[in-house]
Design a protein around this ligand. Structure first.
Ligand SMILES: Cc1ncc(COP(=O)(O)O)c(C=O)c1O
Length: 386
């Protein structure tokens, strides 16, 4: 089956759904034992994670887990109540006191906050590395205490592409698990397992759901680490609401259509901005001038709606506010992946490696509105900046 067909079929089986095209929702905590014998076995097994209970086993949730696992050609998926909740699971799975973790410096900023404010207190040493500069010496950062490598590509806010197979090859040799936050690409545009990644994070809040009305996250693992990831998730009691699971499942049949449209819209906007007189640089990995564009082309099948650009000079917050007030389509708000276009002005001050930008950094998410309207909106608003 080709991907478009898969998206409409996976996770849906009318025979098991009393004839309905879509699955029925099972809500809940309590599940009833088949027999007293089963109950006694459950008590005996001495492992809470295997207990017959809503957190551990819900056939409706399993339908979504199976879809994401199949899309990523992986072994297993667990569902968390947000992308952020999902991405902390590998840290709790692989690390203990006195271990070290290597994290890409262009990581989603709440990932850094979790590591610096919580993980550090458990005695784990956190080392950040630049996705491009000095990457040939990456291996030198590894020592006996290194127990996890955490990647995100393209990076948050500045969209650098890291050479994933280069890193995973080293990691495999050293027997260190690798995690990739693949939310930007989704399973449609990147196949992390093929690139050697062990564990994939996908904030389904973004493209999988696609309508800005759900928080949900996925941790998808290869055969080697699937069991460990599941054990951590269930031990932590992480479990999303059933409506969120339903809406994520509902997003999947239209994922391809939405991705194609936002890809087109964002590329068109990025190309226009590249030639704009106020713009210094456009950070969009599908543009040939960007660093590691060749690697992006090798490892990804497409680009998506999120990118950024810098202005040639630094404008005051007052001026930027005037620019923002001119916008009619793009709204100021966090997150992305929905139908609506968004804009933010990401700070980079927490990064270890300070790449000097000539002016303000502006992040754009192109949604599903008409592309000409989107372009007119941004270029009109830029006219206020002098
Ligand atoms: C790259 C990336 N990963 C993870 C997340 C977290 O997702 P959620 O908003 O569902 O917690 C985000 C959210 O913006 C993100 O941009």
């Amino acid at each position: 089956m080709k991907i478009k067909t898969k998206l409409t079929k996976l996770g849906r089986d009318p025979k098991k759904q009393k004839g309905f095209v879509n699955p029925g929702i099972y809500k809940g905590s309590t599940m009833i034992f088949n027999s007293f014998k089963d109950y006694l076995n459950d008590i005996k097994n001495d492992d809470d994670r295997k207990t017959l209970y809503g957190i551990n086993k819900n056939p409706f949730y399993e339908q979504l887990e199976e879809v994401i696992t199949k899309l990523y050609k992986a072994k297993d998926t667990v569902i968390a109540p947000s992308g952020l909740a999902a991405l902390i699971i590998p840290f709790f799975t692989f690390l203990k006191k006195n271990d070290e973790v290597l994290i890409i410096d262009t990581v989603y900023s709440p990932t850094r906050t979790f590591c610096n404010n919580i993980l550090k207190n458990y005695g784990v040493k956190i080392k950040y590395f630049h996705p491009i500069n000095n990457i040939n010496n990456f291996e030198k950062l590894i020592n006996k205490k290194t127990k996890l490598i955490y990647l995100e590509s393209p990076g948050t806010a500045t969209f650098e592409i890291v050479d994933i197979p280069f890193i995973t090859k080293i990691a495999k040799r050293k027997k260190i698990p690798t995690v990739l936050d693949n939310t930007w690409a989704s399973p449609l545009y990147c196949d992390p397992i093929r690139l050697g990644i062990n564990v994939i994070i996908d904030a389904g809040t973004k493209y999988i759901n696609g309508h800005s009305d759900v928080l949900i996250g996925f941790v998808t693992s290869d055969k080697k680490y699937a069991k460990e990831i599941r054990i951590t998730t269930k031990t932590l009691g992480l479990c999303p609401g059933s409506e969120e699971v339903y809406l994520a499942l509902r997003g999947i049949p239209t994922l391809n259509l939405r991705m194609k449209e936002i890809e087109k819209n964002a590329l068109k906007m990025a190309k226009i901005l590249k030639t704009h007189k106020l713009v210094s640089e456009v950070y969009h990995p599908a543009l040939p001038h960007t660093e590691n564009h060749k690697i992006w082309k090798r490892d990804f099948n497409g680009s998506t709606g999120l990118f950024a650009f810098t202005l040639k000079k630094r404008f005051s917050n007052n001026s930027i506010e005037k620019f923002y007030k001119q916008l009619r389509i793009f709204k100021l708000g966090y997150s992305w992946g929905g139908f609506e276009s968004l804009i933010t002005f990401p700070p980079l001050d927490k990064r270890i490696y300070k790449d000097k930008l000539p002016g303000n950094l502006i992040r754009i998410y192109c949604g599903l509105e008409d592309s000409d309207d989107q372009i007119k909106d941004v270029t009109n608003a830029l006219k206020i900046l002098k």
